[in-house]
Design a protein around this ligand. Structure first.
Ligand code: SF4
Ligand code: SF4
Length: 266
């Protein structure tokens, strides 16, 4: 029917209007349920995924509570327990970064020998496309995606080129931002450590068993040597018995021959 599509569209708009009004009018749950009040003017709103209606967030006074997997610009993780960067300057993240916006300079010791630590680390946030490849490929969980998206500046260069100091955050910051992922990583680390420990214990047990077998063998060796000596000693005795037997047989033959000759001579 002519105009049915128009009426359908208007119906959907009307439904959204009604849902919005209903949602705003409800006290519980309200749009501010589970929100985080930052100060008297600002709050972060946790908007449910099944939210009905058109919810207008009064940014910047109000912001959405971001889901854990939200990605913006990478951050480097500082291991608070060890007091060092997790990054080893392996350069994998720079190699896999599609727009090549990561630069790393590896640090070196006083003799000029390269060491597993970056002295400089830059990310050009103006060309980073938040793909998270660097995070996925980092073998040390040293780089993660930050949620901080309020990065507006007046000059693109150099303000959007972040250096190591600007990129580095303590591991606790990352753990609070990515609680599930952080817990999974910690669990994997724990499992790997447990496997390493089990392997080391198994190796120690195998080494101890080998040492015990070796010790038993070296104890048995003199006895075996003695047996060998006895068997070596037994060999000449056997030879002597055989010779004696052969001599007796020969004497018997000679005696039989003499008896035959006496008989013939009468
Ligand atoms: S962040 Fe990860 S992948 Fe990149 S250099 Fe450091 S350790 Fe290597
Ligand atoms: S998120 Fe993607 S584009 Fe940005 S630095 Fe990492 S790999 Fe490069």
């Amino acid at each position: 029917m002519f105009g049915s599509g128009l009426l359908k569209g208007l119906g959907i708009t009307l439904k959204h209007f009604a849902d919005t009004f209903t949602d705003d009018a409800k006290d519980v749950p309200s749009r501010y349920q589970d929100s985080i009040q930052l100060d008297s003017k600002r709050r972060i709103i946790d908007q449910p995924v099944d939210q009905e209606g058109i919810l207008t967030i009064q940014y910047p006074e109000e912001k959405r509570l971001l889901p854990e997997r939200f990605r913006y610009i990478p951050m480097l993780i500082w291991d608070t327990e060890k007091g060092e960067d997790k990054c080893t300057a392996c350069g994998i993240c720079a190699k896999v970064c599609p727009p090549m916006c990561i630069w790393i300079v590896r640090d070196s010791d006083e003799k000029g020998k390269p060491i597993t630590r970056p002295s400089e680390f830059y990310i050009d946030a103006s060309i980073c496309m938040s793909c998270s490849f660097c995070v996925e490929f980092c073998p040390f969980d040293a780089i993660q995606m930050n949620h901080d998206y309020e990065l507006a500046v007046f000059d693109r260069y150099p303000q959007l080129i972040y250096d190591m100091e600007e990129l580095t955050v303590p591991v606790e910051y990352y753990a609070a931002m990515w609680p599930v992922r952080h817990a999974e990583e910690e669990e994997l680390v724990r499992q790997a450590e447990a496997e390493e420990k089990a392997k080391a214990e198994a190796k120690a047990r195998a080494d101890a068993e080998k040492a015990a077998v070796k010790a038993a063998a070296s104890e048995a060796a003199p006895a075996a040597g003695k047996a060998t000596t006895e068997s070596e000693a037994a060999a000449p005795a056997d030879d002597a018995a055989a010779a004696k037997k052969a001599r007796l047989e020969e004497l018997k033959r000679q005696a039989a021959e003499k008896a035959r000759q006496r008989k013939e001579n009468g």
